[in-house]
Design a protein around this ligand. Structure first.
Ligand code: G6P
Length: 367
């Protein structure tokens, strides 16, 4: 279509479409099929040190922070180690408690974001161990860390991060797999996840084939002044990242909410002028999620639902975007890809500067 063709000129569009190849690069040489685990030489940790970790704390800014939340879920689900993510820009200002048995993880595409770098320095000054999930080799954050996982996304130019972000998720899956396999994650579960990781590049390619439908949905969303992005548990950081991308490049107000919290406030705003983009994977929460969508539809709120093929939406009046299913732990990244294209095509429809949105820099290197 014209929309898809016109999109070809921007870096963001190119970077979105590079993801099948860039995720493959993130995986290459890092999967140990026989033991169902990841091989991450750059962590500089032996199995005993890996086992001694009692907590994981993830730090990043912007999209890196939201992927960090996805990463925390992966660590908790696969390794059963308490994990959470925090905005690196806030961390050092609250005199954080640095624990010797916590693994700190700094996430950054550029490796130069000053807030993340200063968080790393604060941790190391207090004797903490920090690893980096960084794209740019030899960058300041990569050099400051005790070890790390390079993202191998290749150069990313567009301010709105896409392929680097996807590889951050892959990096977290590899880390969680390794942390899990020195604990209670079984070899069978390890192999199940490895098979899932190997399916990601092809499944991302399948999602990218739905670009025309996504462009049409985006053009309608771009007409609204304000939007909600909703999701629950694994789907919530996906919604946060989706809202972030949308507001960064389309300049529309986009707010992420937990689907479960809708009835505790934001439902008051729903009407025909306020569309909702809902993340509804096929999981243990599907029925509850679909129930919330009917609440929105009853108030004539327009709906775009990013979901799986087998999810039954009933008679719901909604634009439906289905992504392929993977292992439930890995689904969040596949649900994120259509949201990149929604943001992208909204900005394209509005005629905005996609690669260089106003007021933003690719990496913020001054405080
Ligand atoms: C800036 C960009 C964001 C990005 C964040 C973190 O604020 O506008 O898009 O997510 O920095 O960048 P980093 O290079 O550390 O991943």
């Amino acid at each position: 279509s014209d929309a898809v063709h016109a999109a070809g000129g921007s870096f963001m569009h190119r970077e979105i479409h590079e993801q099948p190849q860039s995720t493959e690069r993130a995986l290459r040489g890092r999967l140990d099929e026989r033991f169902g685990t990841a091989h991450l030489g750059g962590l500089n940790m032996d199995p005993r040190e890996t086992r001694a970790i009692r907590r994981v704390k993830i730090l990043g800014c912007g999209s890196a922070y939201y992927v960090g939340q996805m990463g925390a879920s992966l660590v908790e689900e696969l390794a059963r180690i308490p994990a959470d993510a925090e905005a690196a820009s806030e961390f050092r200002y609250r005199n954080p408690i640095i624990e010797p048995d916590t693994l700190y993880v700094a996430v950054s595409q550029s490796g130069e974001t000053i807030d993340t770098l200063l968080a790393v320095q604060e941790i190391r000054r207090k004797g903490g161990r920090v690893i980096g999930l960084v794209n740019v080799v030899g960058s300041a954050i990569a050099r400051e860390c005790d070890g790390g996982i390079y993202l191998h996304a290749g150069p990313e130019v567009a301010v709105a991060s896409t392929k680097a972000l996807t590889n951050m998720f892959v990096g977290f899956a590899l880390l969680a797999l390794q942390l899990g396999r020195v604990r209670d994650l079984s070899i069978a579960d390890g192999k199940r996840l490895i098979a899932g990781l190997n399916r990601l590049p092809g499944q991302i390619a399948e999602i990218l084939e739905q670009e025309e439908e996504l462009a049409a949905a985006a053009a309608r969303l771009a007409e609204a002044d304000s939007l909600f992005f909703i999701g629950r548990v694994r789907g919530f950081p996906v919604a946060r990242e989706g809202a972030q991308k949308f507001k960064e490049i389309s300049y529309r107000h986009a707010e992420a909410y937990q689907t479960s919290e809708l009835k505790h406030g934001p439902l008051a705003l729903i009407d025909e002028a306020l569309p909702t983009v809902a993340v509804v994977p096929s999981d243990e929460l599907t029925d509850r999620n679909v129930g919330a969508l009917h609440e929105i539809a009853a108030r004539r709120g327009p709906l775009v639902v990013v979901t799986h093929e087998d999810v039954d939406l009933g008679e719901l009046d909604a634009v439906r975007i289905a992504v392929p299913r993977n292992e439930r732990e890995l689904d969040p990244i596949l649900l994120t890809v259509p949201l990149q294209l929604l943001a992208y095509h909204a900005a394209l429809h509005l005629g905005l500067d996609i690669d260089k949105p106003r007021n933003l820099a690719k990496s913020v290197t001054v405080e």
